[in-house]
Design a protein around this ligand. Sequence first.
Ligand code: GLA
Length: 745
Amino acid sequence: MKRSILLLLLATVIAIAPAWARKAPKKFVHETVAIPEISPKVIAVETDHTQLLLQVDKKGSVRTVHYGAPTGEAAQFVSFRSGYGSLYGSGPMTYPTVGGRFIGQPALQVKYADGTHNTELYYVSHETVSRGGAVTTTLHLKDYVTALEVSLVYEAFRAEDVILMHSEVVNGGKKAVELLDVASASLNLDAGDYLLTHFYGDWAMEMQVERTPLTHGVKVIESRRGTQGTQNTNPSFLLSCGKSFSETEGEVIGGALAWSGNYRLSFEKNHTDRLNIVTGISPFASAYPLAPGARFTTPQMIYTWSAEGAGGASRNLHRWARKQGVYGGSQVNPTLLNSWEGAYFDFTTETLLRMIDDAASMGLEMFVLDDGWFAMDHPRNNDKAGLGDWELNTNKLPEGIDYIASYAHSKGLKFGIWIEPEMVNPDSNLAEAHPEWVVQAPGREIYQTRNQWLLDLSNPAVQDFVFGVFDRTMQLSANIDYIKWDSNREVSSFGSTFLGEEQDRFYIEYVQGLYNVLQRVRAKYPDTIVQCCSSGGSRVDYGALKYFNEVWTSDNTDAISRVRIQYGTSLIYPASVMGSHVSAVPNHQTGNVVSLKFRFDIASAGRLGMELQPKNLTAEERALADRCITSYKGYRDLVFTGDLYRLASPYEGDYYALMYVSPDKRRAVVFAYCLRYQNRGVGTHTFRLQGLDPARKYKVKEQNVDKSCWWGDGKAFTGAFLAGGGFNPALLKTNTSAVFLLEAE
Ligand code: GLA
């Protein structure tokens, strides 16, 4: 009773209290942060034959209005309006973000501490400087609400017609943010029709080529393997602007991402037929935290444009790669004999010394000791044990590595050795000593691939260990000239004991950790030739190639399979990086049998090597091998530094052919292969040579001679004749081939 009276009294007091005494609900007011107006401008990023134009409107929004042939005065584009249509938000944004009116696929998505996802970037300033052989233009953009800052960096290599693009994000706010999506670049095109050439594959069938018209919607090429990013796809493509693919004509854009981890290339064609290409690290399981003041730098996206078809785009990429994109890219690497397919794990010092003798007598220039030389307690006599225990197996090689390396040097050969430092077999001392270094998720099985686990390179202690493996291996002998760095598995059930609750960092920091190690390697061993192998070609990307001289293109050494693998690789990567070995028949991966000449002619189109037991060759085969190796040394400068012209595609007919032409057009080497000879009525096939000087006369001489196969061998012909007339070697059987050297008179 007393209580109800009290309540009644309270209610009466509230009811008669003046309005000012009561707390009025605060009126909701939306405040807009002002964006300072600027004077509109167009920023031009230019190379000798291309122009990228970025238009900045008075609000500071930046749009890509042109990428292609030079258009003259860039200022003509100041008021240019694209036909984007009002339905599609803000137009062809140069670096589209989640937020604002843009509703296409974003380059940047940030989650802020208050849970919001909106970012709108506006121009603040830009500058252009010349450095490292490139003209670098940097645009500074800002979100005025969250203080997020983004720089877009464009490095233009004039003569190569290559523009590198990347972004840098700085958290200018007071609280940590998460980068949900952070692309290296976004490129907006207005060509109407687009034909995409991209890559797919698997172990032993890397860089298979696929071509598809881009229809409306999104096409995504992605890797979520963590390591071995290029086993099933490759972070690169060619894009023909138009409906058809041509080697020699039409506008083609080449793109490649310099990143050795998860990536995503995504192509969105909208209803106005514009294409937006967003490329960068894949956001897969990587909501990357960025602390206040911290900076995130994305990997470089390499772009080129050519009006000379796919061939032109490839040549631009190759020229840039040799000059800038590949470690030691302008050097000629030695021919070699690798022990793997000739001896596998089964060798003694004696076996290796005899292989060195044979390599030397065949004129090869290096011997590489592959897997199997290390681990005492868990000897590496098969792939089930020993990875991680990088001490010499003195039971197997009691004389030591220096003995073998010095022997190679005494025979005039360089010496190389294999390591796989990122990995550990459960059956090893390392796995027992440092189980916490293994990539693993709490409570879950640690899956094995090839009987091995992956070490967690996001952990600095593991980075030290991996660097130490390289360093200690180099200490085994002063005569080590070459390291084959292998990496034979992908990431599964990812997790890092080092990263604690910040597992979102794993995929990105694994790669950064790898690059840290490789930087240390290069600082200490600038002259060592280092091959990038990953079950063959599972780490073929321009991120790795900054540190590696070459790649092991594929574990598949069958010349028949190599046709497609090497053709595909050549679309993006230069022949100078392409390790290609002659191996035994029947081929160990496929069982196919082809002639030794065909095997040499395929392998000679890259960095030639052999990977077999030479003592198993017949005297006749040895003689042919000697001739091929001698010939190769006479023209390999063209393979390493010449311009590539693909003459026939293995996807489009019964022949594959290519040639390398010296920059001064005085010399060239032509490789021609018959992949399928259907009947004698077919006769010879004519290849039209490219890249020659029409007026010059070239003396044409067959190389790797088995028996001469062209009526013109030894004669001289004009470039015009060879381009338009009859270069038709008699390749009258399936899997026959010919190599010709052309020298201007
Ligand atoms: C991988 C490589 C091969 C060879 C073996 C050794 O498969 O790709 O070339 O080095 O490892 O185990």
